[in-house]
Design a protein. Structure first.
Ligand code: NAD
Length: 473
């Protein structure tokens, strides 16, 4: 709920846009075109729940048609409003531009709390929502391609695909109408973890940046850094798990819907995940202490804070109590524009949502390409590469006269599977995008924060698309 004097999520996005726009030479008419949402579809549809009919409120917003298709997740939450979906759709346009994913931005929202419905009821709602999108031409592999977001996952995406196929089964590329599908239903390996893995790669870039680490008095490198995570859903869970397992990060606090826990020696995320699956709660996790309020996680002393739940979590009222040196916006819009001003003054590094959580849409793009090509990545080259590497290993063995163990040979001569290629493509994307953002900060001395630099990058790319289309001279 919007508190008095706090900017709404949409207002924060628009304010950040204006701040970045002042650092560009993009003409004002073009800026106005980029800023506005191009199409807003507001839907009300009836669904029979038990003995009664419920009228469900839902949205699909296409923010920018400078590229086709448009792309963005579907959120299921009681808090969904048209403004929220508009803010999320706008962020998608900037996000896609930052990671060079050739889509316009979009977002969907259904105003329901999934916890309050049975699986069968959720399926009914999802299928009806999809039908409404098909009816108004708001979905299709070349039109608008949804994906998971807060409150939805691969199960909902499978229902969307199946419903779309009922209407458009004859379309050869129909599977590309939605991403984040189960692997067995035209999905791609690595999509489930993609946003969290992207967050991990992005944080790694920032903590390996000596200039930035110097500015907050932290050592360069991930190993041993402390992290607090708000939200152990898709994004928070994978971020925490990969950061600790692959980056040597110590996750000292986790917050979920039901509360928060703390352990200064570190929390084993996989064990915590299993504990929650078993008990229905993260509370009373062995070795950790329960915190009094779930929002306490945001305020623990740590190197890296990862808000991975919802927008407007760090605001004017609590910004002064934040003790983290780095905030990685895994969620969309967790820091309000007012709070950001206060935190930047304190020297906190904020890694903006539109960069740090772009891993999901990046791998969604790979999934869409896979659907259009009708072939798994790696199928053509895997065996060829494997044989070439094996020949090389055998040659080294012959030339040196030293034998290489069979197990080592298998590792050295392995051809890439789909998951290897997806992770490699994701890592490359996050590293390249970070380089572009930092290059802007180095070139434009008055751009001093990562969000403004990321925005300037996005605006430049979208503006040049419009100019190339001949829409603006
Ligand atoms: P999710 O539904 O899988 O998980 C969110 C979790 O946050 C839930 O477990 C929920 O119980 C918890 N939560 C809600 N309010 C909380 C609070 N006040 N304190 C602690 N925990 C709370 O959703 P998700 O897909 O992980 O999305 C989370 C955020 O990441 C959203 O802002 C979403 O827009 C953004 N995001 C998601 C993706 C994606 O691929 N899923 C991609 C980019 C950005």
């Amino acid at each position: 709920m919007k508190k008095k004097n706090e900017p709404s999520f949409y207002e924060s996005v628009q304010r950040n846009f204006d701040r970045a726009a002042s650092h560009t030479k993009i003409p004002s008419g073009l800026l106005a075109q980029i800023k506005e949402c191009n199409a807003v579809y507001q839907i009300r549809f009836p669904v029979k729940i038990g003995a009664n009919y419920e009228v469900i409120e839902a949205y699909r917003v296409q923010h920018s048609h400078h590229r086709a298709p448009t792309k963005g997740g579907i959120r299921y939450s009681r808090k969904v409003t048209q403004e929220e979906v508009m803010a999320l759709a706008a962020l998608m346009s900037y996000k896609c531009a930052i990671v060079d994913v050739p889509f316009g931005g979009a977002k969907g929202g259904v105003k329901i709390s999934p916890r309050e419905y049975s699986t069968a009821q959720l399926e009914k709602i999802t299928r009806r929502y999809t039908t409404e999108l098909v009816r108004k031409n708001f979905i299709g592999p070349g039109i608008d391609v949804p994906a998971p977001d807060y409150g939805t996952g691969s199960r909902e995406m499978a229902w969307i695909l199946d419903t779309y196929m009922v209407f458009k089964g004859g379309e050869i590329d129909a599977a590309g109408c939605v991403t984040g599908k189960p692997v067995a239903q035209s999905g791609i390996r690595g999509r489930e973890e993609a946003t969290g893995r992207g967050v991990f790669y992005g944080i790694r870039e920032v903590v390996n940046d000596a200039e930035l680490m110097n500015s907050v008095g932290l050592e360069v490198g991930l190993e041993g850094k402390t992290m607090a995570v708000q939200g152990l859903g898709n994004v928070g869970y994978h971020t925490a798990k990969i950061s600790s397992e692959e980056g040597g990060v110590k996750v000292i606090s986790v917050a979920e819907y039901e509360g928060a826990i703390y352990n200064k020696s570190g929390i084993d995320i996989e064990k915590l995940h299993r504990h929650r699956a078993r008990t229905g709660s993260i509370m009373d996790f062995p070795g950790a202490k329960n915190l009094e309020q779930r929002k306490a996680t945001l305020e623990v002393r740590c190197d890296i804070l990862v808000p991975a739940a919802l927008e407007n979590q760090i605001k004017k009222s609590n910004a002064n109590r934040i003790k983290a040196k780095v905030i990685a916006e895994a969620a969309n819009g967790p820091v309000t524009a007012d709070a950001e001003e206060m935190l930047l003054k304190k020297g906190v590094i904020i890694i903006p949502d539109m960069y740090i959580n772009a891993g999901g849409v990046t791998v969604s793009y790979f999934e869409w390409l896979k659907n259009l090509s009708h072939m798994r990545f790696g199928r053509l080259e895997k065996r060829f590469d494997q044989n070439t590497y094996l020949n090389l290993v055998n040659l080294v063995e012959r030339q040196t006269g030293k034998s290489i163990k069979e197990r080592e040979k298998t590792v050295l001569a392995r051809g890439a599977d789909e998951i290897d290629l997806v992770r490699s493509g994701l890592e490359e994307t996050m590293v390249t995008a970070y380089g572009q953002i930092r290059e802007i900060m180095h070139r434009k001395k008055d751009v001093k924060d990562l969000r403004t630099a990321a925005f300037v990058n996005a605006l430049g790319k979208i503006a040049s698309d419009y100019i190339n289309l001949g829409v603006f001279p």
